[in-house]
Design a protein around this ligand. Structure first.
Ligand code: ACO
Length: 331
């Protein structure tokens, strides 16, 4: 039976490390330049955690802000989903660490490994628990400390990423608002183009894997670029179709913040004008699963999006995975 429960975002929060690393800073450690990074990616600077900070610390700060924004008590949270590829450790899950930190003692908790599409996969999953009548309040977090898995000797990857966390609270909302549709997808055949090869059961940590720098991000940038533009368009069109909407109905596109050229190409294919596209990657770089919730939180707190606006959130990432969500904003 089709659920009659509408689910929306009732609170948002983010956590962004204080330390700013500029392109000029990076040009002192690898053979690169501000000009190369800006023109190829649009990134000017990124935020990086200190050595004592882990993903769960950023999650905890973002979650506490989202709870305040939604006016929800942590004890009333039924489920915590953390989307991340940089969990504190293999187990326990980062979601369980967050559950302890915020004292959400009544919540179930699990992590999702979906790369940059993780936050949107989390939102779709959390919303379905509410629609099914199983849970009432779900905390979804997208969080990454990518700086700790980057090869700071590889100029083709280390200049692109940053650290951060964004969180939202999902609850039942007024009819016609909230999540209108979503589209999720994956293409495991292309997974090898973006990996952290070692540290799992295929290639456990050893002196050899460390010597061969296999615990870092490995990426075929050009191939990722081409797929990204294609799937951002196709998944957006799928979500629109499911919502029975046209491109003209979209007030704002809030895309995954990987590369300005990818975003502009996708927006052009979707015929969405620049003034309706939210971008903040110049300040933060690519924060993987944290990019979309942080962009959404910023756009909301800066008063850019208002009640009734139709938002298209769209991401692609490691896996490969992709996801899009159409949301009628109610806050
Ligand atoms: N500084 C200077 N030169 C560099 C740098 C750098 N930081 N990095 C690479 N180069 C060099 C390369 O070595 C190459 O030199 P060569 O021609 O002598 O071999 C040259 O620049 C051109 O490299 P390309 O890879 O062709 O550059 P391209 O225009 O494709 O841009 C980039 C590279 C920015 C990585 C682009 O391919 C890209 O953004 N790809 C998508 C990446 C992405 O979005 N990843 C994340 C997606 S999923 C997720 O978010 C986890």
């Amino acid at each position: 039976m089709k659920s009659t429960i509408s689910v929306g975002i009732t609170g948002m929060g983010s956590s962004i490390p204080d330390k700013v690393v500029t392109n000029d800073d990076l040009s002192k450690i690898v053979d690169t330049s501000d000009e190369w990074i800006r023109t190829r990616s649009g990134i000017r600077e990124r935020r990086i955690v200190d050595e004592n900070t882990a993903t769960s610390d950023l999650c905890t700060e973002a979650a506490k802000k989202a709870l305040i924004d939604a006016n929800v008590n942590a004890k009333d949270i039924d489920l915590i989903i953390v989307a991340t590829v940089t969990a504190d450790m293999a187990f326990p899950s980062t979601a369980c660490i967050v559950q302890k930190n915020i004292e959400a003692t009544n919540a179930a908790a699990f992590d999702m490994s979906v790369g940059c599409s993780g936050f949107l996969y989390g939102v779709a999953t959390g919303a379905n628990f509410i629609k099914a009548g199983v849970y009432k309040k779900v905390l979804v977090i997208g969080a990454e400390v990518l700086s700790k898995i980057l090869d700071w000797e590889d100029r083709s990857t280390c200049v692109l990423f940053g650290d951060g966390a964004g969180a939202c609270i999902l609850e039942e909302c007024n009819d016609g608002y909230g999540i209108l549709s979503y589209d999720l997808g994956a293409d495991g055949k292309s997974g090898h183009l973006l990996t952290q090869p070692a540290g799992g059961s295929r290639m456990p940590a050893s002196h050899k894997t460390i010597d061969e720098r296999l615990h870092y991000v490995h990426m075929e940038g050009k191939e990722v670029f081409k797929s990204a533009v294609r799937v951002m368009e196709s998944t957006s069109l799928q979500a629109l179709k499911k919502a029975n909407m046209e491109l003209e109905d979209i007030d704002f596109l809030i895309p995954h913040q990987a590369n300005e050229r990818i975003i502009k190409s996708a927006a052009k294919r979707l015929k969405i004008s620049d003034d309706r596209v939210y971008m903040n990657l110049d300040k933060y770089g690519n924060m993987s699963s944290a990019s979309i919730p942080i962009a959404l939180d910023e756009a909301y707190r800066n008063g850019l999006i208002k009640k009734g606006d139709i938002l298209l959130l769209v991401a692609f990432g490691a896996g490969f995975t992709w996801a899009s969500v159409i949301l009628k904003w109610e806050k």
